[in-house]
Design a binder for this molecule. Structure first.
Ligand SMILES: [Zn+2]
Length: 295
C-alpha cells in the first residue's frame, strides 16, 4: 500500500511556482513616502535585509493560515478541535507540500516568530491560556513537529537548534501523515475541475504612515495576495468575489471574515514581525545561535 498520499501537490506546486517568481526579488521598491521601521537604525544593512525576509516569510505563512479559515468557512468544513490549530496545520501543510525552498524557509520563520513572540511574554500573566489560539510556544513546536514529520533531513539543523526531542520527531511522522490525510479527505469534494477558476479581488490599501507604507510596498511587490489567488484559483471550487485585502488596521493582526468573504492582512502585523526580528538581532549582537549549551 502506498501510504504517501499527496496533498494535490502537483496542482498547488504549479500554481505556487508561478507566484514564486515574484518572491525571489521581494525587496521593497522604495517610493518617496515609505520609510523602514525606526528600529532598523540599530541594524546592519544585512540584518535589515534579513528582517525584511523574515517579515515577508511570515506574511506568507499568515495569509495561508487565513486561507485555511477561508476554506473552512466557504465549504463549511467540519473542524474537530480548535480551528486555529487546524488552520495552522493546513497552512504549514500547504507550504511544506509545495516542496520549495522559499516556502520551507517561510515555515522556519513561522516557527521562529512564535518563539520570538513567546520570548516577549515572560510572566505567566501574559500567557493567554483562554485564547482560541495555542500558546505561542505551542504553535512554534507544533510547526517544528510538522517540519520533522515532512522531512527530517531538511529540518534537522533547525530542530537541533531548539533541542527538539528525537522521540517527539519520530511521533511527528505519523501525525503529519494523519493531518495530510484528514485535510485531503475533507477537501476532496471541493477540488476544482481543470477549467474552474476563481476571481479574487485584491487590494493593497494606501496608508499615510511611512513605516506601514514600507510594508505595503514589500508585500505588493512580492505579490503576497496574488500568491493566495494563484494557489487557490483552480485548486478548489471557491466562488468568485472573495476579497484579499492588505490594509492599515490599527492592530497587528490578520483576519478572515466569513460574512464579508474577506481576508485582511494588516500592515501592522508585518511591522510587528520586523520589530521582533530586529529586536532579536539587537539582543544577540554576537549573532546566529544563542549559546544555550554553555556548561
Ligand atoms: Zn486564525
Amino acid at each position: 500500500m502506498n501510504a504517501r498520499s499527496s496533498f494535490r501537490a502537483p496542482l498547488l506546486t504549479a500554481a505556487l511556482a508561478v507566484a514564486l517568481g515574484a518572491l525571489t526579488d521581494a525587496r521593497p521598491v522604495m517610493a518617496v513616502e515609505p520609510a523602514p521601521p525606526e528600529i532598523y537604525d540599530e541594524l546592519t544593512e544585512e540584518q535589515a535585509a534579513e528582517a525584511d525576509q523574515f517579515t515577508l516569510n511570515n506574511a506568507i505563512a499568515t495569509v495561508f493560515h487565513e486561507a485555511g479559515h477561508m476554506l473552512v468557512s466557504e465549504f463549511s468544513l467540519p473542524v474537530l478541535g480548535k480551528e486555529e490549530d487546524a488552520v495552522d496545520g493546513l497552512a504549514v501543510l500547504l507550504l511544506l507540500e509545495a516542496e520549495d525552498e522559499d516556502f520551507n524557509s517561510a515555515v522556519e520563520d513561522w516557527a521562529n516568530v512564535w518563539f520570538l513572540s513567546a520570548g516577549t511574554k515572560e510572566d505567566e500573566e501574559d500567557m493567554a491560556f483562554w485564547d482560541s489560539h495555542g500558546l505561542d510556544e505551542q504553535r512554534a513546536y507544533a510547526t517544528v513537529c510538522m517540519m520533522m514529520g515532512k522531512d527530517q533531513k531538511r529540518f534537522k539543523d533547525f530542530a537541533d537548534s531548539i533541542d527538539f526531542p528525537e522521540y517527539r520527531a519520530e511521533e511527528c511522522i505519523e501525525e503529519y501523515q494523519s493531518q495530510l490525510n484528514s485535510w485531503n479527505k475533507v477537501l476532496l469534494p471541493h477540488e476544482a475541475k481543470k477549467t474552474d477558476k476563481t476571481n479574487f479581488k485584491i487590494t493593497y490599501a494606501p496608508t499615510k504612515d511611512p513605516q506601514l507604507a514600507y510594508f505595503r510596498e514589500m508585500i505588493k511587490s512580492a505579490g503576497v495576495m496574488e500568491m493566495v489567488a494563484a494557489a487557490f484559483s483552480g485548486s478548489y471550487k471557491l466562488k468568485d468575489g472573495i476579497k484579499l485585502t492588505a490594509t492599515e488596521c490599527g492592530v497587528a493582526n490578520a483576519f478572515w471574515s466569513a460574512d464579508d468573504r474577506e481576508m485582511t492582512l494588516c500592515y501592522e502585523d508585518l511591522l510587528n514581525s520586523a520589530q521582533l526580528d530586529a529586536q532579536w538581532y539587537i539582543d544577540n549582537p554576537d549573532g546566529e545561535e544563542e549559546t544555550s549549551e554553555e556548561e
